[in-house]
Design a protein around this ligand. Structure first.
Ligand code: PMP
Length: 408
């Protein structure tokens, strides 16, 4: 890759520092990454992104998950353009709303109905509200360390958060049946819902699929307590199984939260639910100025249909496996303690004994300098736009990056 001599990224950061608190908020704040990662991007196509200075990368973050078919996918963008010419945010929804709700109900195994909003946090929060409205109870079980969004009940930061915001949350450990049982016991007849991530994908930790025993216990405990089982499928939705991520363990939730990939990068979130919670969902008041906008719904319909027609899940699994196998062989060759975990289409790449992330940061920076965008602690994402040639090109780069780690 020819290194550009410009520093548009630096200039934008300097301007941003004056007019944006901290220069950038939240998880996309580049200073949270090893120094050298760009903050600003200028364009994206297929599985590649270009930063503000024109460097291009094979992208394994996929816009933090939303890109699932490829940036600028022709079919999704054609559906979006067609709808944009007709209308987007209007006085009420378009026909696309009903079509999309029908498609979600047809596609997602547990779903008898669907509602839409914009961000994952909208959807996870609505699931809690619906569960409380439907059961008339207050307590929600949440796994320690799990991410469900960025408002006071679930933010990873406590700045500006009061104890009362989290007053009715009770914590358990993911995949630990005993801790789940103990948490249910603590709720004493006031349990509204058990909230679970699609799989354990906490930042900087090895990722774990749910065990069948854990998933079945969560289902049984929710049933016994007459509470809701909620799957937060915001991150994993449509990457593990089109029917919902807990199909892989054969357990169906009552409610599920979706966002990220469901419209291939267009802003959309969804809650799906079963008939047991239709009444609760009917009674809550939930809305947003842009929640019925039709372009993202047209995009979502096109995304789901295309994922089905190309068997996106199988493709992502195959590409993820190719990447994992290649990395495993390289790590063994270089004698570096690379630890890969999570489903192959949503892996996390960590190193043993690397609490200070020394190895992880060098690995990612060496890959970045050679045109591969990884992350040292977050879930990575494969997409239907990653082809064998992209994976093989990325593996040529990781070979050199792992060699650099071996020299440390
Ligand atoms: N739940 C999970 C599992 C997520 O990964 C995220 C986003 N990273 C959210 C909820 C919140 O989604 P959003 O950022 O769109 O509000």
């Amino acid at each position: 890759m020819d290194l550009p001599s410009t520093n548009f990224d630096g200039a934008l950061r300097a301007r941003a520092a004056r007019v944006i608190p901290g220069g950038m908020w939240g998880h996309q704040n580049a200073p949270r990454l090893p120094a050298g990662y760009p903050q600003y991007f200028s364009r994206a196509e297929g599985c590649r992104t270009w930063d503000a200075d024109g460097r291009d990368y094979i992208d394994f973050i996929c816009g933090w998950g939303p890109m699932i078919l490829g940036y600028n996918d022709v079919d999704v963008e054609a559906a979006a353009a067609k709808q944009r010419a007709l209308g987007d945010a209007m006085n009420g929804p378009s026909e696309r709303l009903v079509e999309l709700a029908e498609l979600m109900v047809e596609t997602v195994s547990h779903a008898d109905w669907a509602m839409f909003s914009k961000n994952g946090t909208d959807a996870t929060t609505a699931c809690l509200t619906i569960a409380r409205a439907g059961t008339g109870r207050r307590k929600i079980l949440v796994a320690r360390g799990a991410y469900h969004g960025a408002i006071p009940w679930c933010s990873p930061s406590v700045a500006g958060v009061t104890e009362e915001d989290r007053a009715h949350l009770v914590y358990y450990d993911y995949n630990d049946v005993r801790s789940l049982e103990a948490a249910v016991e603590q709720c004493k007849g006031d349990l509204a819902a058990i909230l679970v991530s699609a799989f354990k994908h906490d930042l900087g930790k090895s990722h774990e699929l749910p065990t069948v025993a854990f998933a079945q216990s969560a289902r049984a405990l929710a049933d016994t307590a007459d509470a809701a089982l909620i799957v937060d499928d915001v991150r994993a939705g449509f990457r593990l199984d089109m029917g919902g991520s807990w199909e892989v363990v054969g357990v169906r939730p009552d409610l599920a939260a979706w966002s990220k990939a469901i419209a291939n990068g267009h802003a959309l979130a969804a809650v799906t639910g079963n008939d047991r919670f239709r009444d609760g969902a009917t009674r809550i008041f939930t809305t947003g100025s842009f929640w019925t906008a039709a372009v993202s719904m047209a995009s979502s319909i096109a995304t789901i249909r295309k994922l089905q027609s190309v068997d996106g899940v199988a493709h992502m699994r195959a590409m993820g496996q190719r990447f994992r196998d290649g990395l495993e062989a390289q790590a063994a060759k270089h004698g570096v303690p690379l630890r890969q975990s999570g489903p192959v289409q949503m892996p996390v790449l960590l190193f043993d004994n690397d609490a200070d992330r020394r190895l992880g940061d060098v690995f990612c920076l060496e890959a970045l300098a050679r045109g591969v965008y990884l992350h040292p602690s977050h879930t990575l994402f494969l997409s239907a736009a990653h082809r064998e040639a992209d994976i093989d090109q990325a593996l040529m780069v990781t070979d050199e990056a792992l060699a650099a780690v071996a020299r440390l």
